[in-house]
Unconditional design. Structure first.
Ligand code: NAD
Ligand code: DAU
Length: 352
């Protein structure tokens, strides 16, 4: 079996659902259920004996020792993190606690467990660390996309904490020989994306008649990847990646934020037109920029294609169409997550 951390969050829950849809290997899913973790994402697994959910913290060393001894996983896939850049600007400490201290505790528990395995099991064991393109910093307009050898230049407390965890993973391989793999992925979107992030926030705000907030001039560029493509990349790296290596994962879809939001508006105009016949684009509102906002990210995912034969299945157009349809069909899920705590955050961050 495999142990997944953070499997009730956006990407983790998509990964668990895809994993069990494409195979029968059981999953133990350790998640603290912070504001971003949502058991409703896993509701379809309620009666599935292949999925064991454990409510707990990756920083809890005793719990980790117990879980590893009890379930004897052949791999750990580490998603758990504080993941929202804006929240890291308002309160960096939680990011250091989970992304750095939590990752360290997990690595340490896994190292002890791995040392106790027999030689054959130890050789086959993998620790796969799920990371981000944000560790590489910001690119100039015409600079080549990030390769795996690009220097680390994290600019936000979030990306600095993820960079620290990447370095710890590297060190555990180099120093102790732990069989690690690291993936650095671009911006994901798709089902179960928490509506604090640009795409689900704008879909939700559009449908509820609220402004679609664009930071600064809206010309910041991100490289977008449909979440199931990220999941298939992780499965491929787990299966065939070279121990100690890092792999960039991206969608070859560089888009300016304003264009992303306009595309969403066009899709919504078609699928669920506004009652007054106007476009949702009317709701676009320029707001204060994010402090230290990275101008451009772009991922060169050619190593993953060349060495492991992975390419994304979705284009931006097909992925956005699926995403908008999913949100229109899952309004109850959105209502469930837009709880009081979520509204407090929106008030604190966007004000009026
Ligand atoms: P998310 O915020 O939606 O989910 C994070 C999950 O981790 C939640 O279920 C939360 O409850 C859990 N968690 C948080 N702290 C924990 C702790 N101390 N112990 C156990 N569980 C804890 O995040 P996401 O967008 O699904 O991202 C998952 C991973 O992928 C993160 O490591 C993130 O850095 C990375 N990543 C995300 C993106 C993206 O576009 N969302 C892109 C590249 C990489
Ligand atoms: O690049 C990978 C990263 O992508 C992941 O590591 C992070 O976990 C994930 O949250 C995401 O980070 P971003 O900061 O790029 O995602 P977000 O959806 O918050 O913002 C996307 C872009 O849109 C960014 O340039 C900021 C801008 N934005 C965001 C929000 C929430 C707006 O213009 N308005 C908004 O209201």
């Amino acid at each position: 079996m495999i142990l997944v951390t953070g499997g009730a969050g956006f990407i983790g829950s998509n990964f668990v659902l895809d994993w069990l849809a494409t195979g029968d290997e059981p999953v133990v899913n350790l998640d603290l259920l912070t504001y971003a973790g949502n058991p409703a994402n896993l509701a379809s697994l309620k009666d599935d004996s292949r999925h064991t959910f454990v409510h707990g913290d990756i920083a809890n060393a005793d719990l980790l020792d117990k879980l590893l001894a009890q379930h004897q996983p052949r791999a750990v896939i580490h998603f758990a993190a504080e993941s929202h850049v804006d929240r890291s600007i308002h309160g960096p400490e939680a990011f250091v606690q989970t992304n750095v201290v939590g990752s360290l505790r997990l690595l340490e528990a896994v190292r002890k467990y791995w040392k106790g395995m027999n030689a054959e099991a130890a050789a086959a064991f993998r620790f796969l660390h799920v990371s981000t393109d944000e560790v590489y910093g910001s690119l100039e307009k015409d600079a080549p996309a990030f390769s795996e050898t690009h220097p680390y230049e994290p600019n936000s407390p979030y990306s600095a904490s993820k960079a620290a965890s990447d370095h710890l993973v590297r060190a555990y391989h180099h120093t102790y020989g732990l069989p690690t793999l690291t993936t650095n992925c671009s911006n994901n979107y798709g089902p179960y994306h928490f509506p604090e992030k640009l795409i689900p926030l704008c879909i939700h705000n559009a449908l509820t008649g609220k402004p679609l907030p664009i930071y600064g001039d809206g010309q910041q560029i991100r490289d977008w990847l449909y979440v199931s493509d990220h999941c298939s990349a992780i499965r491929r790296v787990l299966e065939a990646g070279t121990v100690g290596q890092t792999y960039n994962v991206g969608g070859w879809n560089e888009k300016a934020n304003l264009d992303v939001v306009r595309t969403l508006c066009t899709a919504l105009d078609e699928l669920q037109p506004r009652a007054d016949g106007q476009s949702y684009a009317q709701q676009i509102t320029f707001v204060a920029d994010r402090p230290g906002h990275d101008r451009r990210y772009a991922i060169d995912a050619s190593k993953l294609e060349r060495e492991l034969g992975w390419r994304p299945a979705e284009t931006f157009e097909t992925g956005i169409a699926k995403t908008v349809r999913w949100y229109l069909q899952h309004q109850a899920w959105v209502d469930n997550v837009t709880s009081g705590a979520y509204r407090d955050w929106i008030g604190q961050h966007y004000g009026d």
